[in-house]
Design a protein. Structure first.
Lengths: 701, 189
């Protein structure tokens, strides 16, 4: 049909040109203009069908026997449950009843459906519009996660109470009434109905959003033990912390167990510095006459004369010595060869980084950082009165400046004050020997041993006396020091530091996670540093689209001896209908910046897994006396025996496994292990995710 | 659906829906209304329409893994399932009579009743109900659901040419019946 023949009152449909006849086209156009009335649609049918499709789809994707089919009923108890809500938004779920008449329906409602942040301590009620057969409803009601419950009826209202006394925190509950439920007159419901809601946190505190200063001492000594007479040289710990290498009273090298005993003379006189190789077998010793290499048991002694040597260290398994002209590999004719790295100016003092990759050099009061690889020399912007002391991880240094004790990056940048000269008292006035341990800088002075926690930054006198050397153990739990001509060890405690660190890190974590929740990549990225900056992509940071990031919560948090804070965070993803569908765990490492703020420096994440895939750990809480592990599901008690802390088994009751810490040493690291195969919920499903967490035994108050 | 970017987006969604329940849910949200309306227009009763619509989407879910894009909108496939489901339902319920015969009988009554109300357009649609099943399905899909001929062909499992023939015959028959029933004056322009 040509355009000229069209009637302007009707839209042209080229799809109908095959009709050709004008009269037929007019009739067709007339048919287009007439619409039948809209079909009556029951919104409950529409949403119910959608839920059924989604559930069926998940079953198709993850073929397994539905957990609830494995549920069994116990006498007086049922393996299902629900909760009651405080917010009175009743969402009606309509069940079609196999008809007395096709339109007959049974209505059940719960104020909790689609609610989030539901309080964990409350009963749950399901209200039916018609009288129901109690036994069939109770036996057909399924709950995820598996929860042991009791039932009570008041008229047509069913109250469901978890046997544990309360619901699990931060958990999505899904209640399904299957078609086995019947009305009192024996009519089965035609379609299952589902109620979904999410609980809020428990009574455990959410990290404080603001930082409250805590007047805590930060550092304290415990159990000081005198070991042996010693000279004024910093003791060195073996890698396992079991052995100490030190200068004896006559200045010669000795070793002895950290636990005490008789020192072993190693036969090297005039010791000024000791450096243990990374392999723990070889030792480089700086003496008044040069450098010695020997085995840790005292055998294989090799002397390398070089009386002008300033320091020794190890780099990539090779021994090096710093001399005024540069850094030399320790070998024959040490002081007459060519330096591996030459200094631009003659050095007066030097200190190797823990990994030997660089060396701090003091030349006429000016500090330089010299890289051993290419000899790159960075002069410090500010003068240091003393040669800076390396932290154990080599990331920071402590030095005494004109205003007092300060921290800085190894190249001198980012210097921040730690304590004033007045606060340091005698140690600050007379010069100091600084050592690092466990996130603290230790200042050994002629009248006292002081300590400053690098987070709290409050100087504390640890002990009075004349101190000439101090060093921290590899695990950060102890120090060795020389006091009044003797070698001592003591435990180093951080009262008040852990809560403060955790509070500050928790506040940073909340800001970081809330930015992710809000889709604010810019704000979230500000918290990223180190490896974490590389490990996050935009997708893994924000989870845009569907499923999207719905909520998060902290499962576990603990400060570590190095000042970092470990956070185990669960991220829950929801679909476009705001139903939680997937989840994953992120283990974040937060570390304080030089200005005291926290950055996320590393992240390890699990793959995403389905919500409702099996029992999940939702909280790990640590006190000075016990560790509790809370699950979202009731477990088969015997299967909880597979959960261990160190080598110990806990006791299980009401979704919680409890471990006693009595007898454990403060500072000791214990491994919490939750296997995913042997831990079973009441329905026999295994844990959704294996979990391994390092937990440090806290210091008792 | 003619928008290329829209087709591309739909193709992506369908592909995701094969393994993502949420994507399938989005397809469901997009097409539920029209499929339900179509089914209801065919079965004429709410509970039956709900049953058939459930069956349609359940079949779609089971079959989406095998679904292959042929360049036609996804809805054409859903209509195809719907047409078959409606036919199956009435075949199962009434092995001899099919829905079209039932509806045709009802339509005759409706036409007579409608004639008395002088609702000529409604009478024409009532005449549609009296058409043979394939013609009626093609007419409903074309004029109620606004599907393209090619999409109707997918839905009905026929060639586009066969659908055109069905529509042509149906419209011709309607014209003849309208003339016979005196409705011609109402729509003749």
């Amino acid at each position: 049909m040509s355009g000229s023949s069209r009637d302007p009152r009707f839209p042209h449909d080229p799809d109908l040109e095959f009709l050709r006849d004008r009269e037929l086209l007019e009739l067709a156009n007339l048919l287009h203009t007439r619409r039948l009335p809209e079909a009556p649609i029951d919104p409950a049918f529409r949403s119910s069908l959608r839920r059924d499709l989604r559930r069926r789809h998940y079953e198709m994707l993850e073929p397994s026997t539905p957990w609830w089919r494995r549920l069994t009923s116990g006498p007086g108890l049922a393996w299902s449950g629900a909760t009651a809500g405080a917010i009175a938004i009743a969402v009606a779920l309509v069940f079609a009843v196999r008809p007395v008449t096709p339109s007959s329906r049974t209505l059940v409602s719960s104020p909790l459906d689609h609610m989030r942040g539901v309080a964990v301590i409350q009963p749950m009620k399901l209200s039916f519009q018609t009288a129901m057969d109690h036994q069939s409803v109770e036996s057909s009601l399924q709950i995820q996660p598996a929860t042991q419950v009791t039932y009570s009826w008041r008229g047509n209202t069913l109250y469901v109470q978890p046997v544990a006394g309360q619901l699990a925190p931060n958990t999505q509950y899904r209640l399904t009434l299957t078609t086995d439920a019947r009305t009192q007159d024996e009519q089965p419901i035609q379609q299952p109905a589902t109620i979904t809601f999410v609980t809020g946190a428990t009574t455990s505190p959410t990290p404080a959003p603001s930082i409250t200063p805590v007047p805590a001492p930060g550092v304290a000594l415990a159990n000081p033990t005198q070991l042996a007479p010693a000279g004024s040289v910093a003791p060195v710990w073996s890698a396992d912390g079991a052995t100490l290498y030190f200068a004896g009273a006559d200045g010669s090298l000795e070793s002895m167990p950290r636990a005490g005993g008789t020192p072993t003379p190693l036969g090297i006189p005039g010791v000024r510095q000791v450096a243990l190789a990374p392999d723990g077998i070889r030792i480089a010793v700086l003496t008044t006459t040069g450098v010695y290499l020997l085995q840790a048991d005292g055998t294989g002694v090799q002397p390398f004369p070089a009386p002008e040597a300033l320091a020794v260290g190890w780099r990539q398994g090779k021994p090096y010595a710093a001399l005024p002209a540069g850094v030399f590999e320790v070998k024959q004719n040490l002081d007459r060869g060519h330096p591996a790295t030459a200094f631009a100016v003659a050095a007066d003092a030097a200190a190797f980084a823990p990994d030997g990759a660089s060396v701090l050099v003091d030349s006429e009061g000016q500090v330089h950082l010299v890289e051993l690889g290419g000899g790159h020399d960075t002069a410090w912007p500010a003068g240091a009165v003393t040669l800076p002391a390396w932290s154990q991880d080599g990331r920071r240094v402590a030095f005494l400046g004109a205003d007092g004790l300060a921290l800085a990056a190894p190249d001198g940048s980012g210097a921040t004050p730690l304590a004033s000269l007045e606060q340091l008292g005698a140690a600050g006035a007379t010069g100091l020997v600084a050592g690092w341990s466990d996130g603290a800088v230790l200042v050994a002075g002629p009248a006292a041993l002081d300590g400053v926690d690098t987070t709290l930054r409050v100087p504390v006198q640890l002990a009075p006396g004349a101190f000439t050397a101090v060093s921290g153990s590899p695990d950060g739990a102890a120090i060795a020091y020389v006091q009044d001509g003797a070698l001592w060890t003591a435990s180093l405690l951080h009262p008040g530091v852990q809560p403060q660190l955790e509070s500050q890190a928790g506040a940073a974590l909340k800001t970081f996670m809330d930015a992710r929740l809000a889709g604010d990549a810019g704000s979230a990225n500000k918290f990223l540093g180190g490896a974490a900056a590389q490990k996050y992509t935009k997708d893994s940071l924000l989870f845009n689209g569907h499923p999207g990031l719905a909520r998060w919560f902290s499962v576990f948090q603990q400060a570590r001896p190095d000042g970092s804070v470990v956070e185990l965070v669960r991220l829950v993803l929801w679909d476009e209908h705001h139903v939680d569908v997937r989840q994953l765990d992120e283990t974040l490492t937060l570390r304080p910046n030089a200005d005291g703020t926290f950055a996320v420096v590393d992240v390890q994440r699990t793959p995403t897994r389905a919500v409702d895939a099996g029992p999940e750990v939702v909280a790990i809480q640590v006190s000075s006396t016990q560790v509790t592990v809370t699950f979202d599901s009731d477990l088969k008690p015997e299967s909880a025996a597979g959960i261990t802390l160190g080598s110990a088994m806990g006791t299980y009751a009401n979704r919680v496994v409890t471990f006693s810490l009595s007898g454990e040493q403060p500072g000791q690291l214990l491994t919490l292990t939750v296997p995913n195969r042997s831990v079973l919920d009441l329905s026999g499903r295994s844990a959704a995710q294996a979990l391994t967490v390092q937990i440090e035994v806290p210091a008792s108050s | 659906m003619q928008d290329p970017s829209g087709r591309s987006e739909e193709r992506d969604l369908v592909e995701r829906a094969k393994r993502d329940p949420n994507a399938f849910g989005e397809l469901y949200d997009r097409h539920f209304q029209q499929i339900y309306r179509f089914v209801y227009s065919r079965v004429g009763e709410q509970s039956a329409a709900e049953d058939v619509t459930s069956e349609v989407f359940m079949k779609a879910l089971r079959g989406i893994g095998r679904y292959q894009d042929t360049g036609r909108p996804f809805q054409a496939w859903l209509y195809q399932i719907s047409v078959n489901a409606i036919a199956d339902r009435y075949r199962a319920a009434k092995p001899v009579e099919d829905i079209d015969e039932q509806r045709a009988l009802a339509s005759d009554t409706d036409v007579e009743a409608a004639a008395t109300r002088r609702d000529e357009l409604r009478r024409i649609w009532a005449l549609v109900e009296g058409l043979p099943a394939p013609q009626r399905t093609a007419m409903v899909l074309k004029f109620q659901e606004d599907l393209k001929i090619e999409d109707i062909a997918v839905a009905m499992g026929k060639s586009p040419g066969a659908v055109k023939l069905l529509v042509h015959r149906a419209v011709t028959k309607l014209r003849d019946q309208a003339r016979r029933d005196g409705i011609r004056a109402e729509f003749s322009l």
